[in-house]
Design a protein around this ligand. Structure first.
Ligand SMILES: Nc1nc2c(ncn2[C@@H]2O[C@H](COP(=O)(O)OP(=O)(O)O)[C@@H](O)[C@H]2O)c(=O)[nH]1
Ligand SMILES: [Mg+2]
Length: 457
């Protein structure tokens, strides 16, 4: 049962207008059933949003089914305005009504018990008089209320709805549960504070908590990436064998195991990122998430979600290559990796040289026998690829509303813009850090260096 002092909001309306979607997004719960079939929500379900200092409840309700008949019942049982709220209370307790008007009883019960009303309509469908009976019923309850226009497909009828809703509700807002950004969730909660002055204090604390939590989630995302790069850059797999021939045989097996480990490690980081934002149902497609079949082929890295220009820009952020040289390299050559390494920067300091990407060695051991090893990764692009993929996913996951149940892909990346928008000194720091990582040297302040990449601006 909800705490007496904690605010309760009943989300009500016609079937299929996005009530469950709004509850899902505002409660950060991706386990709430959303369906194009109407009548999916059969009972009033309470979802408690717990924060550091407080909590509030959202009640997902079944849609109105027979509002005209319900209003007729209410009118029959009440002759003056001061008894209207009482008539609604009688209605939900009436055994016959409970049978005849199951949905209306379920949706009105929490309101009779003290919940504020969030009335949801679809701004992409025209307004119609058939909504008036349900709005009238809600008015009869006498509870604080607000209308939310959900532009499900478009915003075509928002104005029409605004005019109609203003007749019944003091506060009318547009809110899209699929797309609304975090700031919009907060804005909406802020307007809730006006619904019932008794809840204003609690809601303000909750808003502060949610904003703090958002920053913590960002900081945790940075640390997930920081550990991921560190692990991926360090990883090495070795096997002791007796003869050099055995070492050669074991090499491709190690190679496979190495790649598998790298893949798994990245996937576990993504899982952590999803958990961090309470997305427990979202899938990141495995195919799209595969490492390139041949990790030793630089060209394949583009499949990781960074295009050529992005790779060049990322790796030359400190200004190793001029803009003109960059354009020439990107435009002029499909074999840019090789040509930049050999031609533009000089073979000696090849950024993109098709030289060894991963160390592969077979060593004679002093106690006899041999050791075959794969790793660690040597290519200077590698940390950028890892960062680019992760940031791309971070942006999608941190912005993903819980009503939005689409799966994620990592086929494109806007990493390039992000690196370019960093201050020059930050770029240099990032560059230096990547250089050290690839040499398996520690970077003490890696999280601080990565943090600017996670800013939402
Ligand atoms: N594109 C889009 N679809 C939405 C939006 N809100 C709800 N829907 C879809 O509308 C249908 C009904 O949503 P639901 O939240 O279950 O509505 P309810 O019956 O009022 O609880 C589902 O198929 C949703 O995916 C929205 O803002 N945008
Ligand atoms: Mg529903």
């Amino acid at each position: 049962m909800p705490n007496k002092a904690s605010p309760v909001f009943a989300v009500v309306g016609h079937p299929n207008k996005g009530k469950s979607s709004i509850v899902s997004t505002l409660s950060h719960n991706d386990n709430i059933q959303i369906s194009s079939r109407s009548g999916t929500t059969e009972n009033a379900d309470h979802y408690t949003v717990n924060t550091q200092q407080g909590s509030y409840d959202l009640v997902d309700t079944p849609g109105f089914q027979r509002p005209v008949k319900v209003l007729a019942w209410l009118e029959q049982h009440c002759s003056s305005a001061n008894e209207r709220a009482l008539a609604v209370a009688m209605f939900v307790k009436d055994p016959e009504c409970q049978q005849l008007f199951k949905d209306e009883v379920a949706l009105l019960e929490p309101i009779v018990a003290g919940a504020a009303i969030l009335y949801v309509v679809d701004g992409s469908r025209p307004y119609g008089v058939e909504y008036e009976a349900e709005m009238e019923i809600l008015r009869w309850t006498g509870q604080p209320s607000m209308a939310l226009i959900n532009p499900i497909e478009n915003s075509d009828y928002i104005e029409e709805w605004n005019n109609a809703l203003a007749q019944y509700f003091k506060s009318v807002r547009v809110f899209n549960p699929m797309k609304a950004e975090f700031e919009k969730h907060i804005e909406l909660l802020q307007t809730f504070t006006h619904l019932n002055p008794a809840w204003a204090q609690t809601l303000s604390e909750i808003i502060q908590d949610l904003q703090d939590k958002r920053l913590q989630q960002q900081a945790f995302s940075v640390s997930i990436l920081s550990q991921l790069i560190d692990d991926l850059c360090q990883y090495e797999i070795c096997q002791k064998v007796l003869t050099q021939a055995q070492a050669k045989t074991v090499q491709p097996i190690l190679d496979r195991q190495y790649k598998e480990w790298m893949k798994q490690r990245e996937q576990s980081a993504v899982k952590k990122l999803l958990d961090n934002y309470a997305h427990f149902q979202t899938q990141v497609s495995l195919e799209q998430f595969d490492l390139p079949p041949d990790l030793f082929d630089c060209d394949q890295w583009f499949a990781w979600g960074l295009n050529k220009k992005q790779l060049v820009v990322a790796a030359t952020a400190a200004g190793a290559v001029s803009g003109a040289a960059l354009d020439a390299a990107v435009a002029g050559s499909s074999f840019m990796l090789g040509s930049i390494g050999g031609g533009l920067i000089g073979a000696g300091s090849a950024w993109f040289g098709a030289d060894k990407i991963v160390d592969i060695k077979i060593k004679g051991l002093p106690i006899g026998g041999y050791q075959a090893c794969v790793g660690p990764i040597k290519n200077r692009n590698f940390p950028y690829v890892v960062i680019g993929r992760f940031i791309h996913l971070y942006r999608q996951i941190s912005q993903l509303n819980h009503a939005n149940r689409q799966n994620l892909n990592i086929s494109t990346s806007d990493f390039q813009d992000k690196v370019e928008s960093l201050e020059k000194s930050a770029q240099k720091e990032l560059n230096r850090a990547c250089e050290r990582l690839i040499k398996q040297k520690p970077v003490d302040n890696l999280e601080a260096i990565l943090t600017p990449l996670f800013s939402t601006k």
